[in-house]
Design a protein around this ligand. Structure first.
Ligand code: ZN
Length: 330
């Protein structure tokens, strides 16, 4: 994984990156850290985060599988409405129940040491999605690793890194381009660094930093960033916060900046062979995140119902039409 990121980095970074040691450490809390030691960078990814990456990739695969089932395998015009209702309820349950299960595991998860090697949601990954599941879980971990590496490369851990100024300029110009400059300027110093690391990590994974930007890398960066931010927000319950003192911005800020980068980078890309597009992929994540978020809110606010997959699906259809229009105009 570290080798992949070195490969994607601009040439001036490579020597420094070879001096960064990345390791998984057996800590249960879902976190990662970067620190430096005598000019060498260290990145630690807690096993708890790896575990979270696996669980959220599994939840997303169930949701993703439901979208393709309902879109291509269910005849919504079938005469027997009772059978149709039964099929749709089954699909709905297949998506909603694993999210609820993850929601109910959260407390245990947050306590250090509680690692769900055999979390029940992992057993429910649809067989035909196993490869995609592995890729999504790996991409999620890669985003966390890229984020920590970028703290080093941006000079957040060691002020002496000599290319930090260039990368910082690139990152700020992308934050501007994504329409997020005002949001970013309003954050405290530590939160600003977090947003910079997110943006740099996305640019690195998508190949933008070394001129190899392409569709495949973009898909990987979209799934890695979205799943990583969602998993962290869900576990830490840091969806939205007004606390100006916190070290990390809340989920909504981080999500909004990274989404802006995705739109900025990929709007000009043509559709893929199946009519697919990174903006369509981002939309699917927005639907998924809204289900995870609504599940969490419903636990804290009795007036909010649990989400249903069918509502999300019809929302996806509406929003998808808007994206089609946008791409046709681009
Ligand atoms: Zn960070």
């Amino acid at each position: 994984m570290m080798d992949d990121l070195i490969h994607l980095s601009p040439n001036p970074w490579k020597a420094t990156l070879r001096n960064i040691f990345a390791a998984r450490v057996a800590k249960g809390d879902a976190n990662a850290t970067a620190w430096s030691f005598r000019q060498s960078g260290v990145v630690e990814i807690n096993y708890g985060f790896t575990n979270a990456a696996m669980i959220y990739a599994a939840l997303f695969m169930q949701y993703f599988d439901a979208i393709s089932t309902i879109a291509s395998e269910v005849d919504l015009s079938m005469e027997d409405s009772e059978v149709l209702g039964w099929i749709l309820a089954e699909i709905d349950q297949g998506v909603s129940e694993p999210i609820l299960l993850a929601e109910s595991s959260r407390e245990l998860w947050r306590r250090e040491g509680a690692i769900f090697v055999g979390h029940p949601s992992l057993a429910d990954v649809p067989r035909r999605r196993l490869d995609s599941y592995q890729l999504a879980a790996a991409a999620t971990e890669e985003f966390a690793l890229a984020h920590e590496i970028c703290h080093h490369m941006l000079g957040h851990t060691e002020k002496t890194f000599k290319h930090a100024g260039e990368i910082e300029k690139t990152v700020i110009s992308w934050i501007r381009r994504a329409g997020s400059y005002d949001l970013w300027s309003g954050l405290n110093a530590s939160q600003k660094e977090e947003v910079q690391a997110d943006v740099a990590a996305f640019l690195l994974m998508s190949g933008e930093l070394n001129g190899t930007f392409n569709r495949g890398l973009t898909y990987k960066a979209v799934s890695g960033s979205m799943l990583a931010l969602t998993a962290l927000a869900h576990i830490s319950e840091h969806w939205f916060s007004d606390d100006q003192q916190e070290s990390h911005p809340d989920f909504l800020d981080r999500f909004s900046v990274v989404s802006g980068i995705i739109v900025g980078l990929s709007t000009g890309l043509p559709r893929g062979g199946k009519g697919d597009h990174p903006l369509g992929f981002l939309l699917q994540f927005r639907g998924f995140i809204s289900m995870v978020l609504q599940t969490w809110i419903s636990k804290h606010d009795n007036s909010v119902n649990l989400p249903t997959f069918l509502n999300t699906f019809s929302w996806l259809l509406d929003e998808g039409a808007d994206i089609d229009n946008l791409l046709d105009e681009a």
